[in-house]
Ligand binder design. Structure first.
Ligand code: ADP
Length: 530
């Protein structure tokens, strides 16, 4: 057979050659709509490569992006990776200290950024000596995109390197300690792309119109830009605004049939639809991941005729780990069984393997009952962190995800917690996500977070922190709602209302910060129920 290197340039080459006229629609920061296509994205990416080469960037150099979802950002990605440089996606929601740390740790030579992030870069740049130049993506003045790019998209050398060469770099959010870098190779990204295209994973095709509500800096937007290029899908890139009105308008005007994002984004959209009595007319499926999908989201989307697909992954797994697609058996379950199946995080495709272990490292049975520490392995799962000498794998060759849960006989993973957030009461695990899910079934609850509270008798007991929807002062009947759906010992001892539960850089509840707020001196809101 021919040796066909699995390098990322093949993706956009394929998209431009065979799906060249398929649209890429971007909404800019000021609300303008820009439509290009795969052919133009490839040409723009070639101009990016030429500009990088002119600057002196060579294979292996790190070039960062600090930007929201848009067509120019996409062209920057391909221009950087396809010449063999490493595309480091910076998360704009990092603190200045974290931003400084990751830029220096990666030794980024250039940064391609949205103008909106200029204040943050101005604050950190003096402390980042490796950064030689910053280019503004949405500015056509000095150091702006169009000034930087050479006019002529002549052919450039793409893909003349080994498939194991690094293509991307993404840091974990660093909620526990320093952010850690994860390097994706061309090969791992290519195989990950093939994996997520499958009908039993994200089911992406040339008939897909995909709105990316997951930011491109969040674990490569779950690999969806690559999948769209591979399949020749139309992409809709919403820019910085992810409010309900903007998302609704884009979903409808671009006839989107598939979208992806974290649960908080969808809660906002559904609230907007509800408040304005609107219906989604083209959307067929929404892929949810990054945090547990609440039952009420599945129900609310079903009322709109939209299927929810619940997936699990992490930066370290490129990011797909498991996908929530039915098997012949689970598809034939009654409505309640199908709903319970949808609440799981899904099952592994070919290319990922997983197992759960007890604290001693013994593998536990896949009986849907026994809770253990989740380990994963596969062609797009981390082996070691960037610039670390140590393997990130355990004695069995699995990466310890830090998540805990069960695997049922059908192979579905049900996560109960992150190990560091788990609540252990009287020697038994209590699932914080089960408590949160139960609380979110109350229509007045906007965000719910269950925490472990030290307890003299039981070791730990759950406490529930609730942010009510705007305008709802008290939620007096929440406790009976919890008592109806939770085992008696899992019902939180205390429920507190909280004005603003902190959300982290990737749209998830920041439990570390919340714990500091709750157990620190800042407590300010009265107990809601005793
Ligand atoms: P971080 O949250 O640290 O920024 P990631 O975005 O890589 O980093 O998040 C990975 C973690 O997010 C997983 O280890 C898991 O705890 C959580 N997670 C992702 N998807 C789900 C899901 N569907 N259900 C529950 N937890 C999830």
């Amino acid at each position: 057979m021919q040796h066909w290197f699995l390098t990322m340039d093949k993706l956009v080459d394929h998209a431009a050659r065979w799906h060249g006229a398929v649209e890429i629609v971007s909404r800019t920061a000021d609300g303008a709509m820009i439509t290009t296509d795969w052919r133009s994205v490839r040409e723009e990416a070639r101009r990016v490569t030429r500009a990088l080469v002119a600057h002196g960037i060579i294979q292996g150099d790190r070039v960062a992006t600090l930007a929201m979802n848009g067509g120019r950002h996409l062209a920057a990605w391909f221009g950087i990776m396809n010449m063999g440089a490493v595309c480091h996606t910076l998360n704009p929601r990092l603190s200045d200290e974290q931003l400084r740390y990751v830029i220096n740790h990666a030794a980024d030579r250039m940064i391609v950024a949205d103008r909106a992030f200029r204040p943050a870069l101005d604050r950190v740049r003096a402390d980042c000596p490796t950064v030689e130049r910053v280019i503004w993506l949405d500015d056509d003045g000095v150091d702006g995109w169009e000034q930087w790019l050479p006019a002529d998209p002549v052919e450039v050398a793409w893909g003349s390197f080994a498939e194991e060469a690094p293509a991307g770099l993404c840091y974990t959010s660093g909620t526990t300690g320093r952010p850690k870098g994860v390097v994706y190779t061309h090969r791992s990204n290519y195989l990950h792309t093939l994996m997520i295209l499958q009908p039993d994973v994200f089911d992406i095709s040339a008939r897909t119109t995909l709105l990316l509500a997951v930011p491109m800096f969040h674990a490569n937007a779950w690999g969806l830009c690559f999948a769209a290029a591979a399949a020749g899908s139309k992409l809709v890139l919403p820019g910085p605004k992810l409010d309900g009105a903007t998302l609704y308008e884009l979903l409808e005007s671009e006839a989107v049939n598939l979208t992806a994002g974290v649960p908080t984004v969808w809660q906002t959209l559904l609230q907007f639809l509800d408040d304005n009595r609107l219906r989604l007319t083209t959307l067929k499926r929404v892929m949810i991941g990054g945090a547990p999908c609440p039952e009420r989201l599945i129900r609310a989307f079903a009322e709109q005729g939209v299927e929810v697909q619940h997936n699990w992954g992490m930066t370290e797994t490129s990011p797909l780990g498991t996908a929530g697609m039915p098997t012949a058996r689970t598809a034939a379950l009654d409505a309640d069984g199908r709903l319970r199946n949808k609440l799981t995080q899904g099952r592994v495709p070919l290319g990922v393997d997983m197992a759960i272990f007890d604290a001693a490292g013994t593998e536990l049975p896949r009986d849907g009952e026994q809770v253990g520490f989740l380990g994963v392995r596969g062609h797009s799962v981390i082996e070691r962190y960037y610039q670390s000498d140590e393997t990130a794998l355990d004695a069995h060759g699995y990466f310890d995800t830090g998540d805990i849960g069960t695997i049922d006989p059908d192979g579905y993973l049900r996560l109960t917690d992150r190990a560091k957030d788990a609540i252990k009461s009287g020697g038994e695990w209590i699932s914080s996500s089960e408590i949160e899910n139960a609380a979110l079934n109350h229509p007045m609850v906007a965000i719910a977070a269950a925490l472990a509270m030290p307890d003299a008798k039981w070791g730990e007991r759950p406490i529930l922190i609730v942010q009510p929807k705007p305008g709802c002062g008290d939620i007096a009947d929440l406790r009976p709602v919890l008592e109806r759906s939770l085992a008696k010992w899992a019902v939180p001892d205390e429920i507190r209302l909280w004005d603003a539960i902190p959300i982290n850089g990737t749209g998830k509840v920041d439990k570390n910060q919340l714990r500091q707020q709750i157990f620190g001196p800042k407590e300010s809101v009265a107990s809601a129920a005793g």
